[in-house]
Design a protein around this ligand. Structure first.
Ligand SMILES: Nc1ncnc2c1ncn2[C@@H]1O[C@H](COP(=O)(O)OP(=O)(O)OP(=O)(O)O)[C@@H](O)[C@H]1O
Length: 306
């Protein structure tokens, strides 16, 4: 179990990460999801030992090393490669930096370059690699010392669809071998690759858990209606209906939140016919994890609707 406790990072007066606490189960793939500036990179950099937290702690469980960097593999958002080296040379070089002997580094480089699908390009200069190939090489360098936790900062955001697919497939395979934590600002990437989501907003975690549980928790049915009646008159009518949990007004339209969509639909239609509401619009919909995410992305606080 990897435990992050009350992790905080201040840059002057700006709180980049605020009292972050979470636990990662070994063998899971976790997405750190959030809009730009949420604090994802700062969190990963603290966890990888690149920057010091202002306060809080990171515990890797049964760590034999005092220096957590020995247990962690990290691919930064904008990795730097020596473009004049070949892919294989680069991995040998990185392996030696990670305290492997030259022989071990060479062996490991050969295995890994094949593992990430770059065997045919092993002797080509990195300058000739595509974006996706560079990311795969970056993942290989992060794994050279067999880390307990592999962290990838926005591994697919900058890639074209082919590179993105290649890297997502590779992540799918790697998550069987190691605990994988990756950041992204794209919900569908988090959904595709991860078992669990940590949703960050303004330096804090606003939601976390396995994807299916989050989906269930944020699945709320609603019926949107609009009529020829003024919205305040219509609202006074629906406010009296006990099967409606909450009513929100959006200009002329009312959003009615309900628990049982089927029966609510029938009762509403019946009521509107009986009372002559003159409905112009009647739409059945739902709030989903996407809506929660869009709210966070658009910079709104997560209110009690979710
Ligand atoms: N070295 C720094 N000095 C000052 N402020 C910083 C520094 N690094 C990050 N910040 C600030 O901390 C906050 C979180 O930034 P961070 O890069 O961690 O977010 P992020 O979620 O990774 O966003 P992005 O997707 O844009 O990389 C932002 O307000 C950012 O401006």
């Amino acid at each position: 179990m990897i435990k992050v406790d009350q992790l905080t990072k201040l840059y002057g007066k700006n709180t980049a990460v605020k009292s972050l606490s979470f636990q990662l189960s070994l063998g899971n793939c976790i997405a750190l999801l959030g809009p730009n500036g949420a604090g994802k990179t700062t969190t990963l950099r603290m966890m990888s030992g690149l920057i010091r937290p202002t306060s809080g702690s990171i515990n890797l469980g049964t760590s034999n090393h005092k220096d957590i960097r020995r247990e962690i593999g990290y691919l930064p958002q904008h990795p730097h490669f020596h473009l004049w080296m070949t892919g294989k040379e680069f991995l040998i070089y990185v392996g030696q930096l990670a305290y492997l002997s030259k022989k071990e580094a060479r062996k490991k480089a050969e295995l890994l370059i094949e593992r990430v699908g770059l065997k045919d390009a092993a002797k080509r200069k990195i300058a000739t690699y595509s974006g996706g190939m560079k990311q795969r090489l970056g993942i290989a360098q992060a794994m050279i010392h067999r880390p307990k936790l592999l962290m990838l900062d926005e591994p697919v955001s900058a890639l074209d669809p082919i590179g993105r697919r290649d890297v997502l497939n590779l992540m799918e395979e790697l998550k069987r071998e190691t605990t994988l934590l990756f950041s992204t600002h794209i919900l569908s990437d988090a959904e595709e690759a991860s078992d669990e989501i940590l949703l960050m907003h303004k330096g804090s975690i606003v939601e976390s858990g396995p994807l299916d549980q989050l989906r269930k928790r944020h699945h709320v049915d609603k019926i949107s209606i609009q009529s020829e009646l003024p919205p305040e008159v219509l609202k006074s009518k629906v406010d009296q209906l006990d099967f409606i949990n909450r009513v929100e007004r959006d200009k002329q339209r009312l959003d009615l939140y309900v628990s049982d969509i089927k029966s609510a639909r029938e009762q509403l239609l019946k009521q509107s016919l009986e009372e002559g509401w003159d409905l112009e619009h009647f739409e059945v919909g739902r709030i989903t994890l996407e809506d929660l995410f869009m709210k966070v992305v658009n910079g709104h606080a997560v209110d009690d609707r979710f």
